[in-house]
Design a protein around this ligand. Structure first.
Ligand SMILES: [Zn+2]
Length: 410
């Protein structure tokens, strides 16, 4: 049994959404929201239970809707309910869920995509179909023309469609080198080791921290200014937050692409620290929690992209990686400044030092590299830094970006 991977690719439409499709989106949203209400009342959230609970009423209310769409409305409602239950368990209060944005989802049997001409055919009810013409760029062609990719679900939004492409996870290659990266607030720092050669590397994304700080300040200002009107304030903060997330995610994708294209060219195994370890608690200051989110997200993006391309990724427990001396093994009491200094005479940039420890942990846990790594920390040359990503240099961008990405197991 191998993992099925899914990747959502967004397409803009050549023309505006036809009115029939807009009505369908409205119907779909109504169906999702009333299923959510019914599910809450009856305290069920599995798709089958929801179907049993609400199907008959729905058929009466939406006699014309294509049956497949109704079933996928139940599915969407089911996942909204599951998320709501999870939130209830972890936080004390959570608002009753309601889907606000116009959307609909169609499973792969419920629509047709002409991959050559980029036309989606979506049935609405018996005898009525709508056709969407997609804007197809070279980036989209890579997915449309790849016969190994199967079609998954289709998500229709007022301004774009998201098509899920699916494939079996390819087997990862046998690495010929290693790229160990320590993930920090403003950069990934690490080393690249091939045979007996080792070099310092850096992916610099300090602009992400800057964007975050700017939005954080603006949000605080908004809250203060609109404090007499909590609803407006909340809405504006949410809009700010969404915009911030999109801008940051776009950059995280670029960083991940740069790191992975380097790894792929060098046939490297990527070594990262497992960030699950540090869990900031809710009562810690907000700033700290905000600063962890992009790092987790970056790892998530790197991991699924690597899986999609068959690039091996090894996650290791960071343990004392930022405080351990890779030469003599002493653990320093506290974190020092930007330099790691040890009584044995070892001295190195703190972040790069951490990545050395990550690599050593990975090797001791069984990371194998074809031909082996004759890596000697003492002989490590770190005066020349290889830049994998820098804000002004950038990486090749993906037009329209990718969104709604996830891995599913089957
Ligand atoms: Zn030492």
């Amino acid at each position: 049994m191998s993992d099925m991977l899914a990747r959502g690719i967004a397409f803009r439409l050549k023309n505006e959404l036809p009115p029939e499709a807009r009505f369908l989106l409205e119907d779909f949203r109504r169906a999702v929201n009333s299923t959510i209400r019914a599910g809450l009342q009856a305290r069920v959230s599995s798709r089958n239970a929801l179907v049993k609970l609400a199907y008959k009423d729905f058929r009466r209310e939406h006699p014309d809707m294509y049956a497949q769409h109704l079933v996928s409305a139940f599915e969407v409602a089911g996942s909204v309910l599951k998320n709501y239950r999870r939130r209830l368990r972890t936080r004390d209060a959570s608002r009753v869920p309601y889907v606000r944005r116009l959307m609909m989802k169609a499973e792969n049997q419920a629509y047709k995509l002409d991959r050559k001409n980029g036309i989606v055919d979506l049935p609405i009810r018996a005898g009525c179909h709508v056709k969407f013409e997609l804007q197809v760029s070279e980036y989209h062609r890579r997915y449309l023309d790849d016969p190994s990719l199967k079609l998954g679900s289709l998500t229709v939004l007022p301004d774009r469609l998201i098509v899920a492409f699916r494939k079996e996870a390819p087997e990862a290659y046998m690495p010929e080198s290693a790229l160990a990266l320590d993930t920090n607030e403003r950069s990934m720092d690490g080393i690249f080791v091939k045979g007996d050669e080792a070099r310092a590397v850096k992916a610099d994304y300090q602009e992400i921290a800057i964007i975050q700080q700017r939005h954080f300040d603006r949000r605080k200002r908004l809250q203060k200014k609109k404090s007499q009107d909590r609803r407006t304030s909340r809405r504006m903060c949410r809009r700010e937050g969404n915009r911030e997330h999109r801008r940051i995610e776009y950059r995280l994708h670029q960083v991940a692409n740069a790191v992975l294209s380097f790894a792929e060219n060098q046939k490297s195994a990527v070594v990262l620290e497992d960030l699950k370890g540090f869990k900031p608690t809710w009562n810690k200051e907000l700033n700290r929690r905000l600063s962890l989110w992009p790092r987790r997200k970056l790892h998530q993006i790197i991991e699924y992209k690597a899986q999609w391309k068959g690039i091996p990724v090894v996650k290791v427990d960071p343990g004392y990686s930022s405080r351990t001396c890779p030469i003599c093994g002493r653990i320093q009491d506290s974190r020092m400044g930007t330099e790691f200094k040890c009584e044995c005479g070892w001295c190195l940039d703190r972040h790069i030092n951490a990545s050395l420890n990550l690599l050593q942990t990975a090797i001791s846990k069984g990371l194998e590299v074809a031909g082996g790594l004759r890596f000697n920390p003492g002989a490590f040359q770190h005066d020349v830094m290889m830049i994998l990503y820098a804000p002004d240099k950038g990486a090749r961008s993906e037009p329209n970006g990718t969104s709604c990405v996830g891995a599913v197991t089957s």
